[in-house]
Design a protein around this ligand. Sequence first.
Ligand SMILES: *[C@@H]1O[C@H](CO)[C@@H](O)[C@H](O)[C@H]1NC(C)=O
Ligand SMILES: *[C@@H]1O[C@H](CO)[C@@H](O)[C@H](O)[C@H]1NC(C)=O
Length: 337
Amino acid sequence: MTYYHASSIIFLLLASVVDAGINALEARQTTCQLHTIPGISGGFRDREFVDFSTVKAGEGDVRSFLSNYGITLSNYPVSSTPVAHDFLASNVAFGDGALNLKVNAFTGSSVHSSEIITTDKLKYASVRTVLKSSPVLDIVEGNFFYLNDTQEIDWEILTSTVSKSSACVPAGIWATNQAVIPGQPSTHDIVEVSFDPSADFHEYRIDWTPGVSAFYIDGVQKAKLTTNVPTNDGYWIWNAWSSGDPCWSNGPPVADSVTQIRSIEIFKGYSEVVGNATSDCVSGTSLVPQVALSPSSAIEKSGAVQTVTWNSIRLLLLAGIINSLPWLMDVICTHIP
Ligand SMILES: *[C@@H]1O[C@H](CO)[C@@H](O)[C@H](O)[C@H]1NC(C)=O
Ligand SMILES: *[C@@H]1O[C@H](CO)[C@@H](O)[C@H](O)[C@H]1NC(C)=O
């Protein structure tokens, strides 16, 4: 009788441990969904949402906040012409409800600028940045993919020329794939806008998938480039700077400038084939989407198949434990005096 009770308790303990393990696995498997985007084949495993809407000026540590999302502050000089600029970590700060990228008024040496960059490389992504452009002239506001000068996709607002041309720069917001072969021309579109980007927040988005970079403002496609599309993994960068170049930024700026970012949303972990649940989900760092794009029905179906598989494994394991009960009792009888 005593032996029987001891083995029952051991059995129940083992069963619940096995069960908990399987439940954890199941949870991880079945929460895996691909985020799909209309018009794009395949989908994205991971979504990162960096929300600055509740931050307060002077409160909290920007560096550690961003590091939670795999983003760091840049701090390095750039020998641009005619005026050098440098990215200062101290020029990135929280404002009220936004991340502020500051560019200082030019004082004669280097234009103090600001930049943030992902720590990890990504290959293919949909990145949506909600920002309010600076009202100060002579600033370049970049939101872009970058590995090197031949693997780069830019969405750039030039505050001097966003709504009117200068002698050297036509009006509009620039959508560019830099040339993949050094010295060749880039592929670009200059998107005319009917609103003042410094008057309010708008979503600027790039969808980069094999062979295509598509550019959106507030969810509306404004440009689609299919040549010079990068093929290597690289970083995402957001910055604000000026080099005084009359054929690009203009300036240098005569007043302090602030570009405000309210949120950054990154879809990454691209999978060309929607429905390959084994390869897409088992590596599983996927999050349950907070704002789901249409989840792939194929993945949902294979999720069900996986649940069935896990239930079968659970049964087999339980059967194994029950079968080993006589052995367990034997062990207990031998070792408990
Ligand atoms: C950029 O990186 C790619 C991939 O490593 C390489 O093939 C290419 O030569 C690089 N371009 C430049 C300008 O360094
Ligand atoms: C699913 O992924 C595996 C592992 O990456 C691969 O071998 C297989 O060909 C893929 N199946 C389909 C249908 O793409």
